[in-house]
Design a protein around this ligand. Structure first.
Ligand SMILES: [Zn+2]
Ligand SMILES: [Zn+2]
Length: 256
């Protein structure tokens, strides 16, 4: 029943966003000014407000480092900590426009931004650590789940919609393998130390045998909109490894 309601809400949003697209076909998704040429989702000015993550970056959590390092390194967030995922890779730094876009998408119901954010997320798959492995065995996409109560409040799981965007572009399979069993306070509201303990045992693998089977021996791209301390992704990765996943890599639109 809940699934049917969500489906109808999703369909209604697609129709609404599609109609808006017809009325305002050339507005920039960032500043909403009209664009003379429809060349992507953002105007030239807004493009300069996005900061792609490039080397050097933390080899574990993908934190960008603006300095002279030529090699990969581990940042202070990751030192002396055991994060369960193999590594995390974000497309953009969470500041300026990227931060605003994610916020508008997640909390202001601007569902149409999924296409732009999906494009930004898609760039993470060009990381050689991901693209090289893909030649041997396809990755599967697993969204970080929302608790059913949070899903009702927000009406959509932002991570699942981002999976759809990647799946459409890359032809990768989506497996909804994880469930959130505990309703926890929003990570964004917590201090760092609280974030690390707030999630213990909050996730489990879906009780459906089909999904359980689909993750055994697989390379998994765990998908979310933002990675901050990595606590959520680490808990999810541990759950997936315990269920038999071969490798878990985290991809997010932004690194907070
Ligand atoms: Zn703009
Ligand atoms: Zn790090």
């Amino acid at each position: 029943m809940a699934d049917a309601t969500l489906f109808i809400q999703r369909a209604a949003r697609y129709i609404r966003d599609g109609l808006l697209g017809l009325v305002y076909p050339r507005a920039c998704y960032g500043c909403e000014t009209s664009m003379a040429e429809q060349n992507g989702y953002l105007c030239e000015q807004c493009r300069t407000q996005l900061h792609a993550i490039t080397h050097p970056m933390c080899e574990v959590c993908g934190q960008h480092f603006s300095g002279d390092l030529t090699d990969s390194f581990q940042c202070s967030n990751c030192a002396n900590r055991l994060l369960q995922f193999d590594f995390a890779r974000a497309g953009y730094q969470s500041r300026d426009l990227a931060r605003v876009l994610v916020h508008r998408y997640k909390y202001n119901g601007q569902f149409f931004l999924a296409s732009l954010l999906g494009e930004m997320l898609n760039e993470t798959l060009d990381d050689h650590r991901i693209s090289k492995a893909n030649k041997e065995l396809d990755w599967i996409l697993v969204p970080v789940p929302l608790h059913s109560r949070r899903l009702r409040e927000r009406e959509f799981n932002q991570a699942e919609e981002l999976c759809r965007e990647i799946s459409r572009r890359r032809g990768l399979k989506i497996v909804n393998a994880l469930r959130r069993t505990r309703y926890t306070r929003r990570q964004a509201m917590l201090e760092r130390t609280e974030r690390l303990t707030n999630l213990r045992g909050a996730f489990t693998v879906s009780p459906r045998s089909r999904e359980k089977k689909l993750i055994v021996g697989q390379r998994i791209l765990l998908v979310d909109d933002v990675l901050t301390t990595g606590a959520t992704a680490s808990e999810c990765a541990q759950t997936l490894y315990e269920a038999g996943a071969l490798k878990v890599v985290v991809i997010t639109v932004v690194r907070g």
